[in-house]
Design a protein around this ligand. Structure first.
Ligand code: GDP
Length: 467
């Protein structure tokens, strides 16, 4: 298919979803105003249910369309080939012929934050290393989750070069011929390289934009694929968990982030809100597979939610272990047991067919990134209850207006075709919030009137690695 065909097909999926969000939000609001239980409210409820059934059929038909004429096979092939290309490059970058002469980028794993945040820190280092064509050296001694370091659970990032020794040393950015450069955390980074997310490298951009709905998250996923290769004993733990759960797909992954996050960095969401989104997914799947078994995998730092879900949703098979959640409590978070728990939870979430979670959590974003490595295009396989996807410390994320818009309410802003909008969030009710770079206004706009742009970075050539 042409890139335009694929882009338009993906836009259509987005348009349908935004239409659904709009009607859901508007009619729910109307229902409330009419008074719960009143005859008119009951009629609105019925319009909502029947209307959504009709919209769902369009989603179903679009799914069929996206698989016609061998399109899924083509997508699969492209995804595999491009992944192989990147994995080969990363392997070469990490295994220089002579470590004593290799140009290195040094990074400390032990950022003062949770596992998801630390892994994202390491990936940021790896992406910067890729852009600078330097071998990443990850320091992980006295890791807060495991004092024995990274290699206790994951394979080393290199078979030949894990040593920080160098003839010359400097802080980022250093000079071309500085042998080892140390990278600070992204929060204090100056001399920000163009390869920082959401950018993708120019030389793979055309192929990637053609087959994937969110090139940034695919690209990030490739670094995780390389980094998070389990040690045999980690793999054995995962295998035994899988067996004792009787883990099967299709499954919806649900991550419920509570404890220290609620009220400080994110709002509380009930178990019902997550399960409703899982049910929406299963209703769509039911159109092609009427006998689909409803399964969810629940990960949380609050052990109560798994029991609660089992009591309230007996028609669901619910995977998840309250004992794993117990190791995630703030007081017990940074132990060997909690490390194994969070590795397993993120892995099982990433194996799901669809993720329901809050993108305000690094755990949820990490699972979404890894999920991309298991599907040719997993861009649409999520529902976030709060933020849109982002990479912590990323460069501006822009959308471009496709249609003009005249503000209709005081909190809206107008758009001209071609306007660039720094997108702050999607309210999942048909509207997004952003900053119009032309008019300098901040406000809401109908999400369907703008489309994602992709930032492309021109970095060191890897042509010599591809031979
Ligand atoms: P964020 O705070 O949610 O953005 O993500 P971080 O990963 O930076 O920190 C949260 C930490 O809480 C994780 O790294 C885990 O240690 C723990 N945690 C949060 N949610 C879960 C979960 O679902 N399962 C497990 N096992 N641990 C969790």
């Amino acid at each position: 298919p042409s890139t335009e065909f694929e882009k338009t097909r993906r836009l259509l999926g987005n348009d349908i979803q935004e239409t659904m969000f709009y009607f859901q939000a508007q009619l729910e609001d109307l229902k409330k105003k009419l008074g719960e239980g009143s005859p008119l409210a009951t009629q609105v409820e019925q319009i909502l249910d029947e209307g959504i059934d009709r919209i769902r059929v369009s989603q179903h038909d679009l799914r069929i369309l996206s698989d016609l004429d061998g399109l899924n096979l083509w997508r699969e092939k492209e995804a595999v080939e491009l992944s192989e290309l990147i994995q080969k490059r990363l392997h070469k970058l990490q295994n220089p012929p002579d470590c004593s002469k290799a140009r290195k980028l040094i990074c400390n794993l032990n950022k003062g934050c949770g596992y998801g945040c630390q892994i994202h820190h390491a990936v940021y280092c790896f992406i910067v290393a890729y852009g600078a064509k330097r071998t990443l050296i990850l320091r992980s001694k006295n890791w807060r989750y495991d004092k024995n370091g990274w290699e206790d659970v994951f394979q080393p990032l290199s078979e030949t070069c894990t040593d920080t020794a160098a003839s010359s040393f400097s802080h980022w950015p250093g000079a071309e011929n500085t042998q080892a450069v140390e990278l600070p955390i992204v929060d204090t980074l100056s001399h920000r390289p163009p390869i920082l997310p959401p950018a993708i490298p120019k030389d793979i951009s055309e192929r990637l934009i053609r087959f994937h709905g969110n090139p940034t998250v695919w690209w990030v996923g490739q670094f995780l694929k390389y980094m998070l290769r389990f040690q045999p004993k980690t793999q054995a733990m995962i295998d035994s968990m899988k067996e004792s759960m009787g883990f099967k797909t299709p499954v919806v992954g649900i991550h419920i982030r509570r404890t220290d996050k609620v009220g400080t960095e994110a709002a509380f969401h009930s178990v019902e809100e997550y399960m409703e989104r899982a049910e929406e997914y299963y209703k769509l799947v039911s159109l092609s597979n009427p006998n689909v078994v409803r399964r969810v995998y629940i990960a949380s730092d609050d052990p109560k939610v798994i029991t609660e879900a089992r009591n309230k949703f007996p028609n669901y098979t619910i995977y998840g272990d309250p004992n794993v959640s117990k190791t995630a409590a703030v007081s017990t978070r940074y132990t060997d047991a909690s490390l194994r728990g969070i590795i397993a939870d993120i892995y099982f979430l990433s194996l799901s067919d669809y993720l329901v979670c809050t993108f305000s959590s690094q755990v949820c974003r990490l699972a979404y990134e890894i999920l991309q490595t298991f599907h040719p295009d997993g861009a649409d396989r999520f529902r976030s209850l709060d933020d849109i996807y982002y990479y912590g410390g990323q460069n501006p994320h822009n959308q471009r207006a496709r249609f003009p818009h005249t503000a209709k309410r005081s909190n809206e802003m107008s758009l001209k075709v071609g306007d660039f909008v720094g997108v702050a969030g999607n309210h999942w009710d048909g509207f997004s919030k952003g900053f119009n770079r032309r008019s300098k206004q901040t406000g809401l706009y109908p999400s369907y009137k703008a489309e994602e742009t992709v930032e492309v970075a021109n970095i060191a050539s890897y042509a010599d690695f591809d031979k």
